[in-house]
Ligand binder design. Structure first.
Ligand SMILES: Cc1cc2nc3c(=O)[nH]c(=O)nc-3n(C[C@H](O)[C@H](O)[C@H](O)COP(=O)(O)OP(=O)(O)OC[C@H]3O[C@@H](n4cnc5c(N)ncnc54)[C@H](O)[C@@H]3O)c2cc1C
Ligand SMILES: NC(=O)c1ccc[n+]([C@@H]2O[C@H](COP(=O)([O-])OP(=O)(O)OC[C@H]3O[C@@H](n4cnc5c(N)ncnc54)[C@H](OP(=O)(O)O)[C@@H]3O)[C@@H](O)[C@H]2O)c1
Length: 456
C-alpha cells in the first residue's frame, strides 16, 4: 500500500468505519483504519447483547471481509484525539488526504443530578461494556443491589433489564420513562426477551392512570397497551422470578445516599405531557415521588467524546449545515464554528454524526454515505507521491508499540476459537488487552524488540 493511490484515514472501526472503509476501497482509495479497541466492531462487538451469537458472528464475518481487502490497513489499540497516541494534526502531517471520524458516541450522558457519583449508580455504558468484556470495563467491580431503577425506555433499557433478570440476583427492576406509554422507544422483538417478567397488571394500571392525558393529546391508550401486551405472545421463558415494571411520566431529580456512600433511594419528579409541533414533550410538575431502590442505572443514550479535538455542541460534533459535499441532503462535514466553514478534509459518520441513533444497519449506511462525501471531496485531488506504509508503521509503533495489525487479529481469532472449543463454549473472549496481546504474540515481540519502529 504505497504511493500511487489516494489515501484516507478512518478513525474508529465500528460498523460505520468498517463499511466506510469498504466503500472507499471499492473506489480504489487506500484506507487506514485506526481503532481504540484491539478488536474491530465497536458496539457490534461490545454492545450487542452477549447471547445474540448468530447476529454478532454474522457481523464479524462481514468485518473480516472488509479487513481482508488489500486496500484496507488496520491499526487496533491506537487511540486518536487530543492527548492520545495520534492527534488529527498528526494524521494530516502523515499525508492522509481526508479523515473520516467514526468513533461512535464515547462521551457519557449523565443527567447531572445529585447522587450520580454514589456507589451502585452506573451509566448503561459501564454495565454493557462490562458484560461484553471490553477492557478495562470487563474488570470493573460492578456492584448491584436487589432493587434497581433503570432510567430510560429504549432498547438499551431492555438489554439492561434482560441482563439483570437473566444473570444477576435482582428482585425488582423499575424502568422510568419521562414520557408516556405512547412514547416508549423499545422494539417489540426486544421486549419479548423480558416480557415474561413484566408485571402486566401494574402496566395496565399505569396506562389507565395516564389515559385521560393521552386522550387529551389525541393518543389512543389502548393502542399503546396493545403494543406492550403483544410481546407476550412470543415471550421468552422467564429465566428468574425478578419483578419488572415500567413507570411513566417520571424524571429523576436526586439519588439519595444510604448513609454509607451507596444509593439509598430515588426522588422523582412527576411530569405531564404537552404537544409541541409534532413532538410530545414532558414537562415537570411540583409533585414528587420516592422510589425505594438501592441501584440506579442510566440508559438515556450517549454523546460524542468532547476530548477528541473536534468542536462539540449539544453532545454532537458541530457540522456544517451548508455542506460542500452533501449526501442524501445530509452534511458529513465538521464545521469550524469560528470560521463558519468546514474543517478542511474532516468528516464524521455513524454515531459520531448522530449520537445513539439507530441499529447497526443505520450506522452502516451512514458510514457508506460519509465515504461518498469524501469521494466527492477527493475528486480532482492528485495522488500523493510520498506516502509509505512502512513509514506509517514505524511512526505508529514509536507511539504505540502494542498496535495490532489485521494479521494479528487473525491469530487472535484462532486462539479465541480454540479456547472456546476447549471450554465447550459457543464463543470465548479475552477480557484484558494483555491477554489478547499475549495471544497474538505481541507482548513477546515488544519484549524482544521494544522499539518496533525500526522493524516496520
Ligand atoms: C447496548 C447496545 C446494544 C445494541 N444492540 C444492537 C442490536 O442488538 N442490534 C443492532 O442492530 N444494533 C444494536 N445497537 C446499535 C449498534 O451497536 C450501533 O448502531 C453501531 O454500533 C454504531 O456504530 P458506529 O460505528 O457509529 O460506532 P461504534 O459501534 O460505537 O464504534 C466506534 C469505534 O470507534 C473506536 N473509537 C472510539 N474512540 C476512538 C478514538 N479516540 N480513536 C480511535 N478509535 C476510537 C471504538 O474502539 C469503536 O471500535 C446497540 C447499541 C447499544 C449501545
Ligand atoms: N437490541 C437492539 O436492537 C438494540 C439494543 C440496544 C440499543 N439499540 C439501538 O441503539 C440506539 C440507542 O438506544 P438507547 O436505548 O440508548 O436510546 P433511545 O432509544 O433514544 O432511548 C433513550 C431513552 O432515554 C430517555 N431519555 C433521554 N434523555 C433523558 C433525560 N434527560 N431524562 C430522562 N430520560 C431520558 C428517552 O426518553 P425520550 O424518548 O423522552 O427522549 C428514551 O426513553 C437506538 O437506536 C436503539 O434502537 C438497539
Amino acid at each position: 500500500m504505497d504511493s500511487g493511490f489516494k489515501i484516507v484515514a478512518v478513525v474508529g472501526a465500528g460498523p460505520a468505519g468498517l463499511f466506510a472503509a469498504r466503500e472507499l476501497a471499492s473506489h480504489d482509495v487506500r484506507v487506514v483504519l485506526f481503532n481504540r479497541d484491539i478488536k474491530p466492531g465497536g458496539l457490534a462487538e461490545y454492545g450487542i447483547y452477549p447471547d445474540k451469537y448468530k447476529m454478532r458472528e454474522g457481523l464479524r464475518n462481514q468485518f473480516r471481509q472488509v479487513l481482508s481487502l488489500e486496500g484496507v490497513e488496520y491499526f487496533g489499540n491506537v487511540r486518536v484525539g487530543e492527548n492520545a497516541d495520534l492527534t488529527l494534526d498528526d494524521l494530516r502531517q502523515l499525508g492522509f488526504q481526508a479523515i473520516l471520524v467514526t468513533t461512535g458516541a464515547q462521551g457519557t450522558h449523565w443527567l447531572n443530578i445529585p447522587g450520580e457519583h454514589l456507589l451502585r449508580a452506573y451509566h448503561a455504558k459501564q454495565l454493557v461494556y462490562h458484560y461484553n468484556k471490553l477492557p478495562p470495563f470487563s474488570k470493573m467491580d460492578i456492584q448491584l443491589g436487589s432493587k434497581v431503577a433503570i432510567i430510560g425506555a429504549g432498547n438499551v433499557m431492555i438489554d439492561l433489564a434482560h441482563y439483570l433478570i437473566a444473570e444477576c440476583n435482582v428482585q425488582e427492576i423499575t424502568a422510568i420513562a419521562r414520557r408516556g406509554p405512547a412514547e416508549v422507544k423499545f422494539d417489540k422483538k426486544e421486549l419479548e426477551l423480558v416480557a415474561a417478567n413484566l408485571d402486566y397488571s401494574d402496566l395496565d394500571l399505569q396506562i389507565e392512570q395516564t389515559a385521560p392525558l393521552m386522550r387529551a393529546l389525541g393518543q389512543d391508550p389502548e393502542q399503546a397497551r396493545e403494543f406492550i401486551h403483544s410481546a407476550l405472545e412470543k415471550a421468552s421463558p422467564a429465566p428468574s422470578d425478578a419483578h419488572f415494571r415500567i413507570r411513566f411520566l417520571l424524571s429523576p431529580v436526586r439519588i439519595l445516599d444510604d448513609g454509607a456512600g451507596g444509593v439509598g433511594g430515588l426522588e422523582l419528579q412527576v411530569n405531564t405531557l404537552v404537544a409541541s409541533g409534532d413532538q410530545i414533550r414532558a414537562i415537570g410538575t411540583d409533585e414528587r415521588q420516592m422510589l425505594a431502590v438501592d441501584t440506579v442505572l442510566f440508559a438515556v443514550g450517549d454523546q460524542v467524546d468532547e476530548e477528541f479535538g473536534l468542536p462539540v455542541s449539544g453532545g454532537e460534533y458541530i457540522r456544517n449545515e451548508s455542506p460542500r459535499y452533501p449526501v442524501d441532503g445530509l452534511s458529513y462535514e465538521v464545521c469550524d464554528p469560528a470560521q463558519h466553514r468546514s474543517l478542511e478534509g474532516i468528516f464524521v459518520a455513524g454515531w459520531s454524526r448522530k449520537s445513539s441513533t439507530g441499529l447497526v444497519g443505520v450506522a452502516r449506511k451512514d458510514g457508506v454515505n460519509g465515504a461518498k462525501a469524501i469521494l466527492q471531496y477527493l475528486d480532482g485531488q492528485s495522488v500523493p507521491l510520498d506516502f509509505k506504509l512502512d513509514d506509517l508503521c514505524n511512526r505508529i509503533h514509536s507511539v504505540q508499540p502494542y498496535a495490532v495489525s489485521k494479521q494479528d487479529l487473525i491469530r487472535l481469532d484462532v486462539v479465541e476459537q480454540a479456547e472456546a472449543a476447549a471450554r465447550g463454549l459457543v464463543e470465548f473472549k479475552f477480557g484484558t488487552n494483555d491477554e489478547m496481546l499475549a495471544a497474538m504474540g505481541i507482548l513477546a515481540a515488544v519484549t524482544a524488540n521494544p522499539d518496533r519502529s525500526s522493524k516496520g
